[in-house]
Design a protein around this ligand. Sequence first.
Ligand code: S3P
Length: 443
Amino acid sequence: MSSLSPYPLTSRRCGALKGDVTPPGDKSISHRAVMLGGVAEGVTTVRGLLEGEDVLCTVAALRELGAEIHKDANNIWQIKGTGLENLRPPSKALDMGNSGTAARLLIGLLAGRPFTSSFTGDASLCKRPMGRVITPLEQMGATFKSTEGKMPLSVTGAAQPKAISYRLPVASAQVKSAILLAGLSVDGKTTVIESVPTRDHSENMLRCFGASIAIEKLADGAEAISVTGNPRLVAQNIVVPADPSSAAFPLVAALLRPDSHVMLRNVDINPRRAGLIDTLIEMGAKITLTDQRQEGGEPVADILAEGSALKGITVPSERAPSMIDEYPVLAVAAACAEGTTRMKGLGELRVKESDRLSLMAEGLKLCGVKVEIDGDDLIVHGTGKPPAGGATIETAMDHRIAMSFLVLGCAAEQPIRIDDGSFIATSFPDFVSLMNGIGAAIS
Ligand code: S3P
């Protein structure tokens, strides 16, 4: 968020990592739990909510819209929802901080309500493309005011939003979710067609709160996901599993340090999020999934990561949506692997919290790694040995760039410094203490 004060961090080469830890709650599921709890009837409870800055922005926004939200003495979040009809117009701009998910999903939800809502965010969020949600939501009857499709913006929902059928031009769970959430206010069925599967937490959670969601396989292999408008959304008890995108950092760090043995508990292994695990196993990682089970409607497992000798591979572009947030840390793993890793089809990385494609390539080069960008592919040439390190990395308000280079610092010959660690608080507030608790040397 814009209020975070910058501070640098340095990560030094450490010994074997050992420990048994539970990464923080899943960010995607946390946002959705707060939003749907906020508009449902009754009191939703949420255990394991991610208390990162991004989700706290969603909490603040739902409060502004009329939901009553507090954390009780047992660390369980209690959300007294308004009922969809009773969301109230916000009296000030909703500040989404650094969070694209909070912004795009809430813009969708409010595009169906017959009042005007204004949105703002930090410098990183205000550079990100919002046209991808504006286009379908305008088709549903909402009107927008924005500067060239970016935040700050305002949206006014139509009195009678229209049902649409929309094929996603980019594989994006945020865009899919924005349309489905707007579809809650439509008299009829709203359909989103996706050619490549993206994370399905919105569909799962909408169902769980009582909305009718239909999924149809089309002849061309795409999926049509439909929501029936005006459902009665009823409060639920939600348990949020650990975030695979956050687990990725201690996991990769453990693979990179010989003799490491780190157990990561209760991690979401939804197949639409698990691309990194598949990829690392193909690279030769010693990763063992134990006690696979269902919790709160999501498949979860305990994941054991051990020090491994990794080798370079080609990662197909179809896998990108299932690991889109994990490429920065995969690039770090690739930098320590033997041989070349080609990560294909990463165009979307250019419009994340930063231009992750360029920042990863530039940062790795500064650390002595041979890297190329070929169109939308990132190519990392590893030597099988940790790179030199010894650089200061520009993180550009991006938590995952920050954490990825701190992970590389665990293995590199010379310490790696990042210019600003404050944005780590958006998704993984306890990152430094969790990492140091298993043996990292980050200060
Ligand atoms: C998210 C979807 C992804 C991901 C983001 C969280 C979500 O974005 O990068 O961190 O919760 O729906 P896109 O759907 O835009 O790829």
